[in-house]
Each structure stands twice: as C-alpha cells, then as structure tokens.
Design a protein. Sequence first.
Length: 47
Amino acid sequence: MTTDPVCGARLEEEQVDFKAEYDRQTYYFCSEECKQKFLREPTKYLA
C-alpha cells in the first residue's frame, strides 16, 4: 500500500494508473488531477 501525497488516498501500487517520478522517487496518485497538482508544486505536498 502507498498513499497519494495530494489527497491522502490509500492505494495498491500495482493497481495505480497515475504515477510520477520526483527526486528519484516514484509517487502514486488516485487520479490525473492529483498527479497534475503534485507536478505543479511537489514540495508543497512533500512537506
């Protein structure tokens, strides 16, 4: 299990369609909207 850093949704990594790399780490998202929010301001969601 992993957590969407934007909305906090709990996700199964192998079932996620939305992911992005940032600072050599892969992040998983519940939707394209959460992924895009993260990509615009990654440090906001990782603080």
